[in-house]
Design a protein. Structure first.
Length: 131
């Protein structure tokens, strides 16, 4: 599937950095596509202290509120994994069988933790195991 629309910017990653970029660009009436695979480091944080305007907030809440705010500025949000980005006359961003086109691309993908394979490890993340 080819989305022939030309976006002003495609943002890869909906963590705090990608969401902030999407919110600002959207608030200035730019045509923005935000692509996120989900499940990033912030999403799993049970408690983040002293985040801007908050003494305490969960990572999940940051992501949910950020997505809601971005959507309120007409940012298009897609779940999926970007597999390739090419630069020709414009950027071509490939996600599954979809191809998107943009003048600019912001990659805000954060990090991927390479955790050891220990049984039940995820239930301890953010409680007694920190990365």
């Amino acid at each position: 599937m080819r989305d022939q629309a030309l976006y002003d910017c495609i943002i890869i990653g909906a963590g705090p950095g990608g969401l902030q970029a999407a919110i600002y660009l959207g608030s200035y009436n730019r045509k923005v596509l935000l692509i996120d695979r989900g499940g990033g480091r912030t999403w799993h944080a049970r408690r983040i202290e002293n985040f801007l305007t908050r003494k305490e907030i969960s990572g999940k809440e940051i992501i949910e509120l950020g997505l809601e705010q971005a959507a309120s500025f007409n940012v298009r949000i897609e779940k999926g994994l970007v597999t390739k980005v090419l630069k020709k006359d414009s950027f071509e961003v490939f996600m599954g069988d979809a191809t998107y086109y943009s003048k600019f691309v912001i990659v805000s993908s954060g990090v991927y933790d390479n955790l050891p394979s220990i049984e039940h490890l995820p239930k301890f993340l953010g409680i007694s195991l920190f990365t």
